[in-house]
Design a protein around this ligand. Structure first.
Ligand code: SF4
Length: 176
């Protein structure tokens, strides 16, 4: 059975910067939870940040790939540099994904860690722009398909494709 990495806040865990959750009521997620497929994970907490914590955004409208390349920082509303914690959380997420041979992740859209299509633009004015969060960028770089919580049907379709694909004993678990 394919396992799925999922943002812990979508599973009701109160790990967001404001101490709240963003619980998803999606029926597919509930079914996958029953099947034991889901691996809830919060990169920011696993990277060492507390709950609650100051909101953070990637500076200058950059995305997670720029942070991974050392070309952009993640800054809090107070101007503190939390790039190291975001990178540590992304690496921890990748380690978990690898250990469970995860190929599909469902992560909270818009987050500077978990966003897969959009992130905030670094101004703390609530403006979203196209881009990935740091964890999402690292997972995609290593062959994990990341979907936001509004694209769970797409994630399900990808999962069906993966589970329907024939596997050779040598090829099982290989990544793209
Ligand atoms: S880092 Fe991801 S899992 Fe953690 S609170 Fe933010 S969006 Fe949710």
């Amino acid at each position: 059975m394919e396992r799925i990495l999922v943002s812990a806040c979508l599973m009701g865990r109160k790990v967001r910067y404001d101490g709240a959750a963003k619980t998803s009521g999606d029926a597919l997620l509930a079914a996958w939870r029953e099947e034991g497929r889901l691996i809830p994970f919060c990169p920011e907490v696993e990277g060492g940040l507390p709950v609650p914590r100051p909101a953070a955004e990637i500076e200058n409208g950059a995305g997670g790939a720029a942070v991974l390349a050392g070309a952009a920082r993640v800054l809090t509303t107070e101007g503190s540099d939390v790039t190291g914690a975001f990178l540590a959380g992304a690496q921890a997420a990748l380690a978990v994904a690898r250990s469970f041979d995860v190929k599909v992740a469902i992560l909270k859209e818009g987050s500077p860690s978990c966003g897969s299509l959009t992130v905030y633009d670094g101004t703390f004015h609530g403006n979203r722009m196209p881009g990935r969060g740091v964890t999402s960028a690292l997972l995609e770089l290593h062959g994990v398909a990341v979907f936001g919580e509004d694209r769970i049907a797409e994630a399900a379709a990808r999962l069906r494709e993966i589970e329907a694909a024939p596997r050779s004993p040598e090829g099982a678990g290989e990544r793209q």
